[in-house]
Design a protein around this ligand. Structure first.
Ligand code: G3H
Ligand code: 13P
Ligand code: ZN
Length: 317
């Protein structure tokens, strides 16, 4: 059942975080639904601009609608990840999305406010909620490169003002993480003190953590042993998801880790079966491995086992 993102946040706030997982194709969708059902977790499906353009956006929507029929007990929201203003309007108009993210964080504060306000007005008119972003994550967001040196954390006072001025429903904050497989150097990690300050200014308001992949080292080692060349990777410590959730982080975005599972499965498969050329061989292994990965993340997010209670909450709303 597709439900409003807001309803999932209400249930999760302060107790656990929802895994927000990106999908691009059928195999990811299958693994995602299986993993969430196995771990009995509510979840968020994220579709980025790139994912919408990869095949045809209608294909992904059809996959999700069909998965909803195959797993009628699944409870999830569908979210546009890192939208620009135009893509937000398209998703709002489509009537398919539970929420959209307007990412205008690369603009100066006033312009970010103005763009976000326009999207909020259009979205709220259709009962859709809006995630906005303030502050800059290091790494790469869609086609915007943010030099790590210029990455800056979200200012708590600005965050409060931004939410008041825009009316957005959740806020992606820069709290030390970045997108991709190369997040930190040295002993850096999530800036919990900053999350706590933001929560103090915005009590009860859903916060979002982007760049949350954990980049498991054993995954990277297996990829490299099968011909990959990933050096110096580092991710978020996944035991930090739950402490972040207790500070109001309701949505934890994970994409890179799924790509690593895909890469490991396919590299190992073709290394070990050099004469094979059937895509279903690695595809089957990937779906099973991705489901296992999703279930393991949901355990760490605290969303595992919350499906029945979250459904009860959603039905009451
Ligand atoms: O934050 C970006 C997500 O990982 C989506 O990546 O734009 O390549 O689909 P993408
Ligand atoms: P990762 O690159 O850490 O998976 O982050 C994904 C993300 O933030 C999607 O919006
Ligand atoms: Zn992101």
């Amino acid at each position: 059942m597709i439900v409003p993102t807001r309803v999932l946040f209400e249930h999760a706030y302060g107790k656990y975080a929802l895994g927000a997982y990106n999908i691009n194709n059928l195999e990811q969708a299958m693994g995602l639904f299986r993993g969430n059902m196995e771990s009995q977790a509510p979840f968020i499906i994220q579709i980025s601009k790139g994912a919408r353009a990869y095949t045809d956006k209608r294909m992904l929507e059809a996959i999700i609608r069909t998965a909803d029929q195959i797993w009628p007990d699944a409870l999830f929201a569908v979210h546009l990840d890192h939208g620009d203003e135009q893509t937000c309007y398209e998703c709002i108009e489509s009537g398919f999305y539970s929420s959209v993210m307007i990412d205008a964080s690369h603009h100066p504060f006033e312009e970010n406010v103005a763009i976000t306000r326009r999207v909020v007005q259009a979205a709220h008119a259709r009962g859709i909620s809006v995630e906005a972003e303030l502050g800059m994550l290091g790494g790469v967001e869609e086609d915007i490169k943010v030099d790590e040196k210029n990455a800056f954390l979200t200012d708590p006072d600005e965050a409060k003002l931004f939410v008041e001025l825009t009316g957005c429903d959740s806020l992606a904050c820069a709290i030390g993480t970045s997108h991709g497989a190369y997040k930190f150097s040295g002993s850096q990690g999530i800036h919990f003190e900053r999350v706590a300050e933001i929560q103090k200014r915005l009590p009860g308001f859903p916060l979002v953590m982007h760049g949350s992949s954990s980049v498991p080292q054993e995954e990277v080692e297996r990829i490299n042993a099968a011909g990959g060349q990933l050096k110096g990777t580092k991710g978020v410590d996944p035991s930090h998801y739950l402490p972040a959730a207790k500070l109001g982080v309701c949505k934890v975005n994970i994409d890179t880790d799924g790509r690593l599972v895909w890469t490991r499965v396919h590299r190992e498969y073709f290394r070990d079966h050099p004469s094979e050329f059937d895509l279903r061989g690695p595809g089957k292994i990937f779906m099973a491995e991705y489901a296992k990965f999703i279930a393991s993340r949901n355990e760490l997010l605290g969303s595992a086992g919350q499906l029945a209670a979250a459904r009860e909450h959603a039905i009451k709303k």
